[in-house]
Design a protein around this ligand. Structure first.
Ligand SMILES: Cc1cc2nc3c(=O)[nH]c(=O)nc-3n(C[C@H](O)[C@H](O)[C@H](O)COP(=O)(O)OP(=O)(O)OC[C@H]3O[C@@H](n4cnc5c(N)ncnc54)[C@H](O)[C@@H]3O)c2cc1C
Length: 452
């Protein structure tokens, strides 16, 4: 463990995308105010990028049905674009390829992207969509696509390398990164809600401000702060005219299924031999196992995403996640610990994902045997409406709970830095905790993914 200071002005817990981005920007803002003497430390129980940020697929996109998410993502894409080399960011674009049941939602996304100046092209109709896709990859063969949204910005970044780039930026601003230091609680003085010190296994650190960005461990920190494990939210069907509130657990977990097809990444080149945009395909087309020939149970609408990737060493991607029972109040489970289901994607995932790729592009037919049989994917911790909470608690604690949307949200740390120094961010307002009580929830789409 790197040595632990006795005190700091800002203690940022978790060395993932959010704390590192926040440390970087906060140090810049403090320096511009002549306050270089303020001490910022990032603490992690393991190392930089040892949480969700370090295993993320790394897709950066704007494609969201929720206006507030889209505006926030447009800001984050700008941060990725500010230094693509240091952040290992590849601006190849992103495509949402959809069947008819999603047409209207995606048309709406395109319209609203145009209104905020986020460049995208929207293709409608089966034959125009097919022609557009074949102009990019000539073996495109998905049959039920009736619209294509092509975002010209966005793409992907290499997870660990981008975090090292971010950590270097934070350190260059004087931020101290303390690794292998487990936070176990908080000390609050009698009669005050504010945290006076962060308790770790290596001692206490007195502090003025705490920021918690701990990805899937947020449930544990929520408990340490004695925040409510259940909250009231408007009933889901309220939008159809029903009234009333329902009590639900604050946090729930989903398993994200991802995998790699072991081909040269260049195997997935576009017609010009370059890197194509990230493909995200939703479909209702039937899928068949390449092993048994039997129909694969997909539940109707399914979705996959994939891209060529030198970091993972092949064509990498995933499918829609599924809920797992990791949130029971009385069970202390570390989401990435030995008893976790992190690396136990369902057996049927490789069959489904490989069959889906083959139904999209002919070049993937018969390639199931090249599926890399090793642990992949991970768990994500979601809020009751599956969207982030960025808010202040207990007087001096700021929680960045991104509801597993967050690798792409590199700009959130920058906005939180401004809020800590007194400038409220309009982009963060729609993500306050109070929305659950007031009923100002984000709209839901017809996508099979909880995060679209
Ligand atoms: C398989 C997978 C693929 C994903 N793909 C994408 C994607 O393509 N695009 C996208 O935008 N998002 C993606 N996500 C979501 C994204 O990775 C997360 O939303 C984001 O990385 C969370 O960042 P974070 O900084 O909050 O937390 P993390 O990156 O999880 O970091 C939290 C850190 O907190 C530390 N910590 C935990 N407990 C303690 C403690 N007690 N004391 C000290 N330190 C502690 C951990 O060691 C960890 O390093 C993916 C997630 C998964 C699981």
């Amino acid at each position: 463990m790197t040595s632990l200071p006795k005190s700091a002005d800002y203690v940022l817990i978790g060395a993932g995308i959010h704390s590192l981005s926040l440390g970087w920007r906060l140090s810049e803002l403090l320096s511009a105010r002549g306050q270089d003497n303020k001490k910022i430390i990032v603490i992690d129980k393991s190392d930089v990028g040892s949480g969700a940020s370090g295993i993320a697929c790394g897709v950066v996109r704007n494609n969201y049905f929720q206006p507030a998410m889209r505006e926030l993502m447009a800001h984050s894409v700008g941060v990725w674009e500010s230094d693509p080399k240091a952040l290992n960011y590849h601006s190849v674009g992103y495509m949402q390829i959809s069947p008819e049941c999603m047409h209207e939602d995606v048309a709406q996304i395109h319209k609203e992207q145009s209104s905020i100046g986020y460049e995208s092209v929207f293709i409608e109709g089966k034959s125009d969509s097919e022609r557009y896709m074949r102009a990019i990859v000539e073996d495109w063969q998905m049959q039920d696509t009736t619209s294509v949204l092509h975002e010209k910005r966005g793409g992907f970044a290499y997870n660990k390398a981008s975090l090292e780039g971010l950590a270097a930026k934070a350190r260059a601003g004087g931020v101290e990164v303390v690794t292998h230091c487990n936070v176990t609680g908080f000390r609050r003085d009698n009669g005050s809600d504010a945290v006076k010190a962060v308790i770790t296994e290596a001692g206490e650190i007195e502090c003025e401000q705490v920021v918690i960005s701990v990805g899937p461990w947020v449930r544990d920190f929520w408990r340490m702060l004695e925040l409510p494990s259940k909250i009231s939210v408007p009933r889901r069907d309220q939008r159809n005219g029903e009234k009333g509130m329902a009590e639900v657990p604050m946090w729930c977990y989903w398993q994200l299924e991802e995998g790699v097809l072991q081909v040269e990444p260049e195997y997935l080149s576009d017609n010009a031999g370059g890197v194509p945009p990230v493909f995200h395909v939703d479909s209702q087309q039937e899928l068949f196992s390449s092993k048994s020939g039997e129909r694969i149970e997909t539940g109707g609408l399914w979705g996959v995403y994939y891209k060529p990737d030198h970091n993972f060493g092949g064509v990498q991607g995933g499918a829609a996640p599924y809920k797992i029972d990791l949130a029971a109040d009385d069970v202390a489970v570390d989401p990435y610990g030995p008893a976790s289901p992190q690396f136990t994607a369902r057996e049927e995932f490789p069959e489904m994902w490989c069959a889906a790729l083959a139904s999209c592009q002919k070049r993937f037919e018969g390639k199931r045997v090249l599926y890399k049989d090793e642990p992949s994917g991970g768990v994500g911790c979601f809020t009751p409406d599956s969207f982030p909470v960025f808010d202040r608690f207990c007087d001096n604690v700021y929680i960045v709970a991104d509801s597993n949307h967050g690798y792409k949200m590199i700009g959130v740390g920058h906005l939180v830095a401004e809020e800590l120094l007194g400038t409220e961010s309009a982009l963060l307002q729609p993500f306050r905790f109070s929305r659950f009580a007031s009923g100002d929830l984000h709209p839901t789409s017809n996508s099979p993914f909880p995060w679209s």
